[in-house]
Design a protein around this ligand. Sequence first.
Ligand code: CP
Length: 313
Amino acid sequence: MAGFDHKDLLGMAQLSVEDIDLILDTAESLKEISERDVKKVPTLRGKSIINFFYEPSTRTRTSFEVAAKRLSADTLSLSASTSSIVKGETLVDTARNLQAMNPDLIVLRHSSTGAPHLLARVMEAGVINAGDGVNEHPTQALLDLYTIREKKGKINGLNVAIIGDIAHSRVARSNIIGLTKMGARVTVSGPPTMMPVEIESMGVNVEYDPRKAVEEKDVVMVLRIQLERQSKLLFPTLREYSRFFGLSQAVIERAKEDAIVMHPGPMNRGVEIESDVADGNRSVILDQVANGVAVRMSILYLLIGGARSDSVD
Ligand code: CP
């Protein structure tokens, strides 16, 4: 098996097709650990991982913690509001102090683009990007790729629509890089005010009408409006947004009969997606969350456990 030759996981842009295949294959072999009565293996015993989140999170933070514990690593969680950041300590000084305690990995979520890259330069420990501003959220894209491959049996050649606030979504950016790298055809849709200029240069099609965007698609991914990253309101009202861009049964029925519906969460029901679609038989939204644990176990293992042993028993 080819090795995973990275100290850090900072973005989908740094990963080759072989790296992505290796992460997904390793996740597949680790997934059954979460289905055992005793959901724990000793693979990362003696390793320590710090989850450092400057922004709120439910899924990413929890699943990194669960993933680390299932591999027997020691974990601790730190949030900006309860750290000495509030007393004026800089990110780099905080990182140097954490490094002094000799952790093996830091998982960082930050509101600024490039914060994990900065940390990776000053730390000996590996750094995982758990979302940096509007830039990337690579572990979300990897769990999305895993879920697509699990449900569709492949990624190459699939037609995928991504609908929502494309301009402010790090999930969209990481998924576009990952999906196109793995051979999928991506169409993005959303209000023109939430579409990045020159988005076509990322190798995607743009279709502003979501009813046309979903036509003949295998996968429809819906994204939340990132109000926290918008300096001014980019649409008249939530009601209007929902009317034009919300994924309803009438819209999803235009996709392929076996199309799956994805959402990275958190969901705003009745805004970007109707409840009957979110909870309907095409939805794989909770599978994404379950797969997030397996994919994050895979990433932890490949970054800090792979060189020691290939055994996960
Ligand atoms: N998808 C995602 O990143 O969710 P959280 O913000 O809850 O971690």
